[in-house]
Design a protein around this ligand. Structure first.
Ligand SMILES: Nc1ncnc2c1ncn2[C@@H]1O[C@H](COP(=O)(O)OP(=O)(O)OP(=O)(O)O)[C@@H](O)[C@H]1O
Ligand SMILES: [Mg+2]
Length: 322
């Protein structure tokens, strides 16, 4: 695997760019019904970034991903990967893709399946023999399982890992992952996050769709929210949710004059008090150690990504038929 280490000080190079990219599907017997799945979309994802695309069911996430991959033709607008038009052979060689519902050939073993995908990229046989075990180790599948078991005997989690291995077969620079954590148990999700973080360490650009907001919060540099085909917001968690260094504190007892020196918006209600703490809570808690103050609750003042997501989605038109 190429080890291109990401240098945060280096100038940002766009890996994915879209300019008014738009997709309307035609459906119905006469293809006379239109579904506007992606409204004009302007988005840039930089090289080395882990980018999370969020949105409710039917928002258009898979449509955007497939358009960027060159699987779906845009109705209007343009897209580019490293400055080259989407869908060209040279660009496709550098992409990896884990589909939302990967189709697996039930009667192949995992090993045979990876051999097959390696063949699609015309990876020479000696290289395959080296690459396949490397990938199995990365995704946490044993060589014995991969060689002996047919895919119909794999669990959902094992299939998802194999899907990840096939997405990496050509050592892609840019990975598109459609719901990589779906169907995984907490351990499986943790391992998938670790794999994604390891790939990020190697300098890969990762573009993924997800519903699992806590995972997105843990691993993404930037996120975008798509609602009913419209890109509602794009930014880092800090930009979207506000700074992460202020805390809401609630407690009881202690000297109000002293507490007021630490907490803004300090209020006393009945026998409890509350306020907003700026900066890390360590020093504040140490300070309270030798007083009679008790802390009942201390949590980050900014909304969680889930709260933000729900607020933004509810602001948009009510969604039916998802
Ligand atoms: N091939 C197609 N033909 C017609 N309509 C389609 C097609 N694919 C998707 N759509 C419609 O486009 C809209 C967006 O679908 P898309 O699959 O991109 O959503 P999504 O955000 O990926 O949803 P989910 O979270 O459920 O995967 C939906 O209204 C869907 O019905
Ligand atoms: Mg989808």
């Amino acid at each position: 695997m190429s080890a291109v280490h990401h240098n945060p000080a280096a100038p940002k190079v766009p890996a994915v760019e879209t300019l008014n990219l738009e997709k309307t599907y035609r459906t119905g017997f006469w293809l006379n019904q239109k579904v506007l799945s992606l409204k004009p979309c302007n988005l840039t994802v930089y090289q080395g970034e882990t980018f999370g695309l969020l949105g409710p069911n039917g928002a258009g996430k898979t449509t955007l991903l497939k358009t960027l991959l060159g699987i779906v033709r845009p109705t209007r607008g343009r897209g580019a990967l490293w400055g080259e038009p989407i869908g060209t052979q040279t660009v496709k060689q550098r992409l990896g893709y884990l589909p939302e519902n990967p189709y697996f050939y039930d009667y192949l073993t995992g090993w045979e399946y990876l051999e097959f995908t390696a063949g699609l990229f015309q990876i020479p046989r000696p290289r395959r023999r080296q690459r396949i075990p490397e990938l199995l180790a990365l995704v946490g599948l044993t060589e014995k399982t991969a060689q002996k078991k047919q895919l119909r005997q794999y669990s959902k989690g094992m299939l998802q890992r194999l899907g990840m291995a096939q997405a990496l077969i050509n050592d892609p620079d840019l990975l598109f992952l459609d719901e990589p954590m779906s169907g995984l148990d907490p351990l499986g999700r943790y391992q998938m996050r670790e794999i994604i973080l390891a790939l990020k360490q190697q300098g890969k650009t990762i573009f993924f769709n997800s519903h699992i907001l806590s995972d997105v919060e843990m691993i993404c540099d930037r996120v975008a929210l798509l609602v009913q085909g419209e890109l509602v917001c794009v930014g880092s968690l800090g930009e979207l949710l506000g700074p992460d260094n202020s805390y809401r504190v609630r407690g009881q007892g202690g000297d109000p004059k002293l507490l007021e020196q630490w907490l803004t918006n300090f209020k006393i209600q009945g026998n409890s008090w509350s306020g907003l703490l700026q900066g890390l809570p360590g020093e504040f808690l140490l300070h309270l150690q030798n007083t009679s103050a008790q802390i009942w609750d201390l949590h980050q003042a900014r909304p969680s990504l889930e709260e933000f997501f729900l607020q933004q989605v509810q602001k948009q038109v009510v969604v039916t038929d998802r």
